[in-house]
Design a protein around this ligand. Structure first.
Ligand code: ZN
Ligand code: ZN
Length: 375
């Protein structure tokens, strides 16, 4: 029966200290060791369970996550940030059994340092906001962000100077500890030093022994021409530094485009709303429109142009990402009716209305006036 209660598995209280947990683990590990119980499947699974429980409860950060979120927290890496502990059930535990069994079969050799457990740093995500013009031409932008870096003071060791590190007293610097009972003995990575053979006696002043420090960083991101709004760029190794020499995480930059006063992006094309006076639309003519590179280009307005009509100006849009192709500029006609008329303009419009058979508001007013008087 697999139990997810690691404290029950080891038979310790939830507030048990490190030594108590270690003692309980050793006792149970001896009892259920496969070598002492050949062919006993119950013992074998119990042995796996107690190792799993110990792996978590003996690692302060894993224990904290387990206490807070349970087993699922460890699987999901909840609270631990991305790149957290998701892999521990596979890799670390595998390593552990590897260590154990390897030594069972090569009994007595027991030497050699255990490999210190490294961990990859977390991935980070930040944003960069650029103008449409910058997206058009491509741009290099500085991005300010915070990340965990290897402590410069101690070079990641976590110790103050060379004297800040001493031989691990539990394993005498071997990185492995050997247990024996009767004819049987086995060894595993030293739980006190994590297999490194060394412990910190005087922690580094700058990082307090963590070996890593939060630092503000600045990185110049090259954003390619034609980038889309929301695109995510990856800077390999730009994230948090790894633990104990582990790889750095990656840095992800999400690009967002600032609102542009004239243009709206529509894939590779740019849309522009062009105001056209009502008489110009009726008579036809020429106007000019702005382009993304700066300046303006002339376009033709045919006579009888309707509101909402779209004219396509070829190759005046955005560059297609990666290619030499360019989108078009889509000019959408926005018919503009004058807000105020000069007396002369009013005269002309009234005449236009008369020709078209429309009544002007003035005439309508007159009519209703007479209607009222005449009943
Ligand atoms: Zn040790
Ligand atoms: Zn340091």
């Amino acid at each position: 029966m697999a139990s997810n209660d690691y404290y029950r598995t080891l038979g310790v209280a939830r507030n048990a200290g490190h030594d108590e947990i270690k003692t309980a683990y050793r006792k149970l590990a001896m009892k259920h060791h496969p070598d002492r119980n050949p062919g006993n499947n119950d013992s074998e699974s119990a042995f796996k369970e107690i190792n799993e429980a110990y792996e978590v409860l003996s690692t302060p950060e894993k224990r904290q996550i387990y206490d807070q979120y349970g087993v699922d927290g460890l699987k999901a890496g909840a609270g631990g940030g991305r790149g957290g502990f998701g892999g521990f059930q596979g890799a670390d535990l595998g390593d552990m059994f590897g260590d154990l069994f390897e030594n069972l079969f090569t009994q007595g050799q027991g030497g050699g340092r255990g490999k210190p457990r490294t961990r990859r740093g977390a991935d980070l995500k930040y944003g960069a906001s650029i103008t449409l013009e910058e997206a058009f031409s491509g741009v290099k932008v500085p991005v300010n962000f915070e990340r965990t870096e290897v402590c410069q003071e101690c070079d990641g060791t976590g110790a103050r100077g060379k004297t800040g590190i001493r031989k691990c007293p539990a394993c005498q610097g071997a990185g492995r500890v050997q247990y024996s009972q009767g004819f049987f003995s086995f060894s595993q990575a030293c739980p006190d030093c994590g297999g490194q053979g060394e412990v910190i006696s005087t922690p580094c002043r700058a990082c307090g022994g963590a070996g890593r420090q939060k630092k503000s960083a600045i990185i110049n991101i090259k954003i390619p021409a034609g980038v889309e709004d929301g695109a995510v760029l990856r800077v390999s190794g730009g994230g948090d530094a790894g633990l104990r020499g582990g790889d750095s995480g990656d840095l992800y930059i999400q690009v967002s485009l600032k609102h542009h006063p004239h243009f709206e992006r529509q894939g590779p094309d740019l849309a522009y709303e062009c105001p056209v006076a009502v008489w110009q639309a009726a008579l036809g003519g020429e106007t000019d429109v702005p382009v993304i590179e700066g300046g303006r280009v002339k376009i033709k307005i045919p006579q009888g142009t309707q509101h909402g009509k779209v004219f396509r100006v070829p190759k005046q849009g955005m560059p297609a990402a990666g290619g030499r192709d360019r989108g078009d500029l889509l000019v959408k006609v926005k018919l503009e009716v004058p807000h105020d008329l000069t007396p002369r303009q009013r005269e002309l419009f009234e005449e236009l209305a008369k020709i078209a058979g429309h009544e002007t508001p003035a005439e309508e007013k007159e009519k209703s006036f007479f209607k009222k008087i005449l009943g």
